[in-house]
Design a binder for this molecule. Structure first.
Ligand code: HEC
Length: 255
């Protein structure tokens, strides 16, 4: 079976992924998102999951039509804190952040929606940039492993699962990834069945349906990344994306 052909859905190498901005007073998106990871922004918010604060993706969708108009207000709200619009919670004030930093953060949040649909289809090869590795795939039924293969990314959709629908099958992907850049990494495991992610033997995203995101500080060097997945239904999908210290948005993790 041609695993690569089966599993790689679409991989369009991004030609020009940086959007030049001529506004000098805005911190670039990769830097802004790293600032958000270092600050407390992800302790109340997640990108896709709903916590006590709205997911950044929902904020981006809400203001998609008039993001330029609303941007100054959002910057003020992050700096001053406040509530009353979403689910009844309050955002803490952030008086020590510089307006240009918050401006970059708000730009990142507002750009999520427009990028999401395209990022599903595009994935950037990481060769010579930040990481190297390959996923070994195993499909196991009970204790009997019966299919092996290698893939350079985890991105499966619906019909590829059809032949695996019979009960009790587990897919296991594991890779020893050599990270070249140390720093904060965000992982997003989009899953419709039961899926989990472990890094260096520790569960960072559990099997629970609502658990889909994780942030970890990783050193340069080898890390073992494993995804275990049990397909549940006919419209299953599984995708592992990440945001590295040098990327501006999530991408399917691809080597
Ligand atoms: C203490 C929890 C908490 C922290 C920390 C936090 N937020 Fe929020 N944030 C919220 C809540 C709650 C809301 C919804 C407020 C409302 O209902 O009006 C919100 C709303 C927002 C909004 C949308 C505002 C609107 O009017 O629609 C943006 C943008 C935002 N946060 C960005 C950030 C950024 C950037 C950071 C980090 C600097 C951050 N948040 C840190 C809780 C938090």
């Amino acid at each position: 079976m041609d695993w690569k052909g089966k599993i790689i859905v679409l991989c369009v190498v991004l030609g020009a992924c940086s959007q030049a901005t001529h506004e000098s007073k805005i911190v670039s998106k990769p830097i802004a998102v790293q600032l958000m990871l270092k600050d407390d922004c992800f302790s109340c918010h997640a990108t896709y999951e709903q916590n006590i604060a709205p997911p950044y993706m929902d904020i981006s969708k809400r203001y998609a039509e008039y993001s330029e108009v609303v941007k100054p207000k959002l910057i003020q709200k992050v700096i001053n804190g406040g509530g009353g619009l979403w689910y009844g919670g309050n955002m803490s004030p952030h008086p020590f952040l510089k307006p240009e930093e918050v401006s970059g953060m708000v730009e990142w949040v507002l750009s999520l929606d427009e990028r999401d649909s395209t990022d599903l289809k595009k994935s950037e090869s990481l060769k010579n940039t930040s990481a190297e590795g390959v996923f070994a795939v195993e499909i196991v039924q009970a204790d009997l492993s019966f299919i092996h293969g290698y893939v350079d990314q985890i991105h499966l959709e619906t019909d590829q699962f059809l032949e695996w629908q019979s009960a009790g099958k587990t897919l296991r992907f594991s890779a020893n990834v050599e990270l070249k850049i140390p720093g904060r990494y965000m992982f997003h495991l989009h899953k419709t069945g039961q899926g989990s992610l472990t890094i260096d033997g520790q569960v960072v995203i559990s099997n629970r349906a609502k658990d889909m995101e994780a942030i970890r500080t990783l050193t340069a060097g080898l890390h073992k990344i494993e995804v275990t997945y049990i397909p549940l239904g006919k419209s299953d999908a599984l995708k592992l994306s990440w945001l590295t210290p040098t990327m501006s948005h999530y991408h399917v993790m691809k080597f």
